[in-house]
Design a binder for this molecule. Structure first.
Ligand SMILES: NCc1[nH]cc(CCC(=O)O)c1CC(=O)O
Length: 312
């Protein structure tokens, strides 16, 4: 090791997907900087420990990130690597989301050992998902299916499907692809059928605001188009005051100088779903997110969300 070697410590959850994402960032940092050494600092978060309660009922934002943030604030780690979907819209003082890496496939995936897609499922079939967003969209499409809660990391969820506890489960395609289990995906669910969660499929890197050395090292990992999309999506969620455990979908696409954002707020039972969209210039990504949130609120999103929070 030479004298100028810089150590970057990555706070990460211990799930296979979190470790994959941390290893990915480690490899990228080492690829761009020959004088950087990267260490993983694995830890458990509340979201990993409380496994027997539906996520929506545990409440509190940042179930999967708080412990990682504390490690950075205490100086036990320099950066934290997150699935953007799990990152709350606001950060503790002293920390910020510095980098957003290129997005993987953002779609939800239909996984089943017996059925090729949602339309093939027979009446009464049992579908596993722990996401209110997926639940309300599937219920709107197929009110005859039975939705059951499904917790645990990707491997646990697949094991429960293979046990026969469910006829099908819905997962983020990105997690399966990253873990080289893409062949388990029977069908990719298009955004028109299941609008993804804000940030789904994107990896973000958080660090201390005053850590200029680390911030400079992270710069080459930033992916501008993903940043624009995720900024628009997160701005919508922020204005709706929605964490990740709410029936809210937000999905942006960039076409040249334009960003096109679609948003959805739904009642958990699928009885009511509000959809809207806004297009504007890429420099106004966040304004577009706020504008879309306002349109959804004007349609009655506030009433739907108030009901979700009351029932939770
Ligand atoms: N809430 C858990 C979580 N956080 C990120 C992903 C998948 C990968 C991603 O969206 O980047 C998953 C699993 C899932 O929803 O199936």
């Amino acid at each position: 090791m030479t004298e100028k070697t810089k150590l970057v410590r990555i706070a990460t959850r211990k799930s296979a997907l979190a470790l994959w994402q941390a290893e990915f960032v480690k490899a990228q940092l080492e690829h761009f900087h020959s004088d950087v050494r990267v260490e993983l600092v694995p830890m458990s978060t509340q979201g990993d420990i409380i496994l027997d309660t539906p996520l929506a009922k545990i409440g509190g934002k940042g179930l999967f990130v708080k412990e990682l943030e504390q490690a950075m604030l205490d100086g036990r780690a320099d950066i934290a690597v997150h699935s953007m979907k799990d990152v709350p819209v606001d950060f503790p003082e002293g920390l910020a989301l510095h980098t957003i890496c290129e997005r993987e496939d953002p779609r939800d995936a239909f996984v089943s050992n017996n059925f090729a897609n949602i339309s093939e499922l027979p009446k009464g079939a049992i579908v596993g998902t722990s996401s209110l967003r997926r639940q309300c969209q599937i219920r709107a499409l197929r009110p005859d299916l039975e939705i059951r809660d499904l917790r645990g990391n990707v491997n646990t969820r697949l094991a429960k499907l293979d046990d026969g506890q469910y006829d099908a489960i819905i997962l983020a395609a990105a997690g399966l692809i990253r873990l080289e289990m893409g062949e388990r995906i029977a069908d990719y669910i298009e955004p028109e059928v299941s609008l993804p969660a804000n940030g789904q499929g994107a990896v973000g890197i958080e660090c201390r605001i005053d850590d200029e050395v680390t911030k400079a090292l992270l710069a080459p990992l930033e992916h501008t188009q993903t940043r624009i999309r995720v900024n628009a999506e997160r701005a919508m969620n922020r204005h709706l005051e929605g964490g990740c455990q709410v029936p809210i979908g937000a999905y942006a696409l960039v076409d040249g100088e334009q960003v096109h954002l679609r948003g959805l707020v739904g009642a958990v039972d699928g009885s009511e779903i509000l959809n809207d969209e806004v297009t504007g210039h890429i420099n106004d990504a966040e304004k577009i997110g706020v504008e879309l949130a306002k349109k959804l609120l004007a349609q009655g999103a506030d009433k739907i969300l108030a009901e979700v929070y009351r029932d939770a």
